[in-house]
Each structure stands twice: as C-alpha cells, then as structure tokens.
Design a binder for this molecule. Structure first.
Ligand code: SF4
Ligand code: SF4
Length: 352
C-alpha cells in the first residue's frame, strides 16, 4: 500500500474545468449565431442571412427523445431537428459509459450551477461556518420532483404512435420551438424571471438546486447511469477511513461507507477520487472487476471523443442541418409572431 501526499496527487478538476469552459464557450457561440439568425428572421429576411446553428438543438431534449423513439419505431430519422437527435444519442452514450458525467463535464447549466455552488459555499462557510445540506426528509421528496417531470414527458412520448410522433415532429410548433425558446428568454415575463431568480438564490445556498431537484434531463441520465459498467469503487482494505472522499462529494454521497458508488446522483466528477490520499483506493473501475481500473486522466478525453464521434456521424451522414428552407422559416416566423401577439386563430402550415 503506497501513500501519496494528497496535494501532489494529479487532480482532474482543472481538466474538467477546461472541458466545461470549452462547452460553455461553444454554447455561447451557438447562442450568438442563433441570435443573429433570429434577427434575420425579425428583419423579414432583409438583412444579411446568418445560418441557423444546428447545435442549438442540444436545448431541445424532448423533441430529440421523440425523434429517437420515432427512429426506434420506424428506422427513419425525422429531419426537422436531426442534430438534436445525434447530440442526444451522444449524451446517452456518455452517460452509459461514465455515469451522469454529462452533468459535470459537458452541461453548461451544470457548469453555472457548480460555479454558483462554489460561490455559495464560501458564503455559507463565512456565515454559518459549514455547508448547508438539506435533511433527508426534505432531500428525498424534492429529488423525486425531477423524476415526476420526467415520468410525465416519458408517458406522453411513449404512448404516441409512429404517425402521431411524425405529425408532431413535422408540426410548425416543433419546427419553431427553438425560436420560441429564444423568445421566452429574450422577452422574459416577470413571472418567469421571478422563478429563475428564486432558483438562482436557492442554488447559492443549496448546491445544484436545479440539477438535483428539478432537471428532468438529469433524471433521465441518472437512470441511464445506473446501467453504466464503470463506477467509483473503494478498496476497503487500503482505505484509512479519513472521510475526505465523502466531504469532497458535491452530490452528498457517502463514498467512504460504500464499496461501489451506485447512485443516480453521481456525476463522475472525480472530486472524491482526487481527494483520496491513498493510492489505488478510490478509482473508477468496471463493475465486474476488482483490480482493473479506468485511468482517471483519460475520462475527460474519452467523453470528448464520444461526443464528437457521434455528432460527426450526424454531419457526415447528412443528418445535421435540417431540411427547412429560408422561405419556410420566414413564413412560419411571421405566423409565430402573429400568434405570440395574441391572434390565436391563425394556424401554422409547415408545407407553405
Ligand atoms: S461520488 Fe465521487 S464522482 Fe460521484 S459525484 Fe460524488 S465526488 Fe463526484
Ligand atoms: S476512500 Fe475515502 S475514506 Fe478511504 S482513504 Fe480514500 S478518501 Fe479516505
């Protein structure tokens, strides 16, 4: 058994931060491109055209899940938001291989949540001299909220036939859902702003409030992650019961008391592994092996490879850009504007 100084142990947290920063920057770039595209729509097509970035479909997980289910039922990909489908598959694949790692390595909301949590922790330590952790009696029922939201969407989607899925996916609503989402934030109502502010404030004092209690996407990935063959495993023979792993876990998992972390809340952030001062005691290992381990320094790299490999298949196979022309977008945007301004009698027609 070899002891190493915790401070000299190579930490994956810097690497994770860089990966998170990369995806956050990519999201900002996509956001700017999409803003310019909506501006072009707003001008009625009179300004310079800016291509709609397909990456925006990463924010349409429900539409993507419907597309995936449609693909499973029929073998065909719906081409209204095809990029979303590939991004969704990439995220599921990452979750299957390395648990809910999407949340702690890729998701920009998870990244913001983490930064807010770090900031909150400093305040809590100053004011209360300790981290605030909700008691189990509140934590468990709150954690079930995201599963209830997920169950609602799952029931609605999986009870649809292929025909019903196809008509929804081809509907003007689905086609313009990204623009609607943009409008939601661009012209945010006082009520929505209040809700977001409340979630923000709660996230300062309760780490990952949105992710832990409300995010249905995280709930889906949490379920998927339970099937993952790679888990955090503790070697109880060499463990010195210092509890540093438990203290380091942002998901409040009692790592020091289990031999294998089997939890829908584990995001493979590796904070516990980095915190462990004893070599070969806490590692990511395939579930069915005792000695073999996954070298933690490759985990971020593998996540990036999976993500870009699967999304590249979408690009190479011509399933990335959607099949809607500029004139269809302009036509639907005009109608969307009319509807959003209250003339509910106007109906969309995607074929025009
Ligand atoms: S158990 Fe370890 S890897 Fe999982 S969330 Fe906690 S600190 Fe991160
Ligand atoms: S596994 Fe946890 S409790 Fe055991 S030595 Fe490592 S950090 Fe300490």
């Amino acid at each position: 058994m070899a002891f190493i100084n915790k401070n000299t142990a190579p930490s994956e947290q810097k690497k994770r931060f860089i990966v998170q920063l990369f995806f956050a920057s990519l999201t900002i770039w996509i956001g700017v491109q999409f803003y310019l595209f909506v501006n072009w729509l707003n001008s009625g097509g009179t300004t310079t055209f800016v291509e709609r970035p397909p990456g925006v479909e990463a924010f349409l997980p429900i539409s993507s899940l419907m597309n995936l289910y449609y693909f499973i039922l029929t073998g065909h990909i719906n081409h209204v938001h095809p990029a979303g489908l590939f991004i969704f598959i990439a995220i599921l694949a990452i979750s299957f291989i390395f648990g809910k790692s999407f949340c702690s390595w890729v998701c920009p909301i998870g990244f913001i949540s983490e930064l807010i949590g770090d900031f909150g922790e400093k305040i809590e330590k100053k004011i209360f001299k300790k981290k605030i952790v909700l008691p189990k009696i509140l934590d468990y029922p709150l954690r079930s909220i995201k599963y209830l939201i997920l169950a609602f969407f799952a029931y609605s989607i999986f009870s649809m036939s292929a025909n019903a899925l196809n008509s929804f996916l081809n509907s003007p609503y689905n086609m313009m859902v990204d623009v609607k989402l943009y409008n939601f934030f661009a012209h945010i109502s006082l009520f929505s702003l209040t809700v977001i502010t409340v979630i923000f404030v709660l996230s300062v004092f309760i780490r990952n409030f949105w992710c832990r209690y409300l995010c249905p996407y995280g709930a889906l990935l949490g379920i998927f992650s339970l099937l993952s063959p790679n888990k955090i495993k503790r070697n109880s023979t060499s463990c010195i019961n210092c509890d540093l792993c438990t203290k380091a876990c942002p998901s409040h998992i009692n790592v020091a008391k289990v031999s294998t972390v089997i939890s829908d809340e584990c995001t493979t952030c590796l904070s516990c592994v980095d915190a462990c001062p004893v070599e070969n005691t806490l590692d990511v290992k395939p579930v069915f092996t005792k000695t073999q381990k996954v070298d933690k320094k490759y985990i971020g790299f593998v996540i990036l490879i999976i993500y870009f490999f699967i999304t590249s298949i979408g690009v190479i196979s011509n399933n990335w850009q959607n099949n809607k022309s500029k004139s269809v977008y302009l036509h639907l945007y005009k109608k969307l504007e009319t509807i959003e301004h209250g003339t509910r009698s106007v109906s969309f027609d995607v074929t025009k």
